[in-house]
Design a protein around this ligand. Structure first.
Ligand SMILES: NC(=O)c1ccc[n+]([C@@H]2O[C@H](COP(=O)([O-])OP(=O)(O)OC[C@H]3O[C@@H](n4cnc5c(N)ncnc54)[C@H](OP(=O)(O)O)[C@@H]3O)[C@@H](O)[C@H]2O)c1
Length: 310
């Protein structure tokens, strides 16, 4: 299949491209962050006028997975217009363009559409209640995609992995800090379901292959606090877990509000695919193996050198 990936320089985009490469023809859309990537790259700013139509018409993909977003909760609070452009309007335009051309479309949403006040897990049937600009614009993105392209897959995700700049994921935050013997905080009152990004990528490809459509939770199978996640990462990498201080998110100086409980059920997905979601320890084990095999350096070598300042 020919797969077009928007946001190919992002944490999900680059790992999805790497996972798909051997099996599919991959074309990544990038704004100039990538260099010598091992897959075809076309440069485009998707916020520019008719770029979407021309990118799709010139590449003629079978599948399009939209990994482009304003994914920083803090930046979304600072720049709500950009948040709406990237998280709501862009997915809507991509969904329309794909529906017109019969291109299978996957839109990446977020676990953060819930306010986290429920006891227990959230299913795809549960009412959403976005707590901030990021989650509100992402939820609106889901709505416009569903309205204009009912065949689309909408995947609510949460993942960690190795990123182009080496600082994008929560796991990298813990590894970077602890490797330098720095004291870091881990939130004890934010529960989430982290999944190795490569597992997320493989599941998305499998969902396309199996012709699924509609809304799915594509997150890890094991809920844990961000503190607990840090401890698990530290143990796996032989780093000093006592440098992680347990802290309440309410005492942090983050601007964007975080939901306390983002435990999402993956029952719908595992039933549709006919197998279990990979366990947390399988993902963490693979993450460590990637580290030992030099995968982080390989990923980082695809990053364009920063332009010298004048
Ligand atoms: N990380 C998580 O755990 C997590 C959790 C929940 C949901 N998600 C969702 O997962 C998806 C991927 O997230 P991520 O963490 O991989 O994000 P990311 O690392 O911040 O990547 C975002 C991507 O979007 C691209 N982009 C931004 N503006 C663009 C534009 N105008 N034209 C073309 N490309 C543009 C960026 O390109 P540049 O390099 O040029 O800026 C980058 O490649 C997002 O939808 C996010 O909301 C992520």
């Amino acid at each position: 299949m020919k797969l077009l990936i928007t946001g190919a320089s992002g944490l999900l985009g680059i790992n999805l491209a790497m996972e798909s490469m051997g099996k599919h023809e991959v074309i990544g859309v990038d704004r100039g962050t990538l260099k010598s990537a091992p897959f075809q790259v076309i440069q485009a700013d998707l916020m520019h006028g008719s770029v979407i139509d021309s990118v799709i018409d010139s590449t003629r993909p079978d599948w399009l997975i939209n990994c482009a977003a304003l994914a920083s909760l803090e930046k979304c609070e600072e720049d709500p217009v950009q948040a709406r452009n990237l998280n709501t309007d862009l997915p809507g335009e991509l969904a329309v363009a794909c529906a017109k051309r019969n291109v299978r479309f996957v839109h990446i949403s977020t676990d953060a559409v819930f306010d986290g006040t429920k006891q227990g897990f959230y299913t795809e049937e549960d009412a959403t209640s976005p707590p901030g600009r990021y989650s509100e614009t992402k939820l609106n993105g889901e709505r416009v995609v569903r309205e204009s392209n009912p065949q689309a897959v909408i995947a609510r995700v949460n993942f960690y992995g190795w990123s182009l700049g080496g600082r994008r994921s929560l796991a990298e935050f813990f590894i970077n800090g602890l490797s330098e013997q720095k004291r870091v905080h881990g939130f004890t009152d934010v529960i989430f379901c982290p999944m190795l990004v490569n597992h997320t990528a493989r599941l998305l490809l499998e969902m396309l292959q199996q012709q699924l459509s509609g809304l799915y939770h594509v997150v890890g199978a094991q809920p844990m606090s961000k503190y607990q996640f840090g401890v698990e990462v530290a143990r796996s990498f032989g780093l000093d877990e006592t440098l992680i201080s347990p802290q309440s998110v309410e005492r942090s100086n983050l601007i964007a509000r975080r939901s306390h409980n983002l435990w999402l059920s993956t029952h719908k997905l595992s039933t549709a695919l006919g197998h279990e979601i990979p366990t947390f320890s399988t993902g963490l084990g693979e993450f460590y193996t990637q580290f030992k095999q030099g995968y982080p350096q390989k990923i980082r070598s695809y990053q364009q050198d920063p332009q010298p300042s004048e």
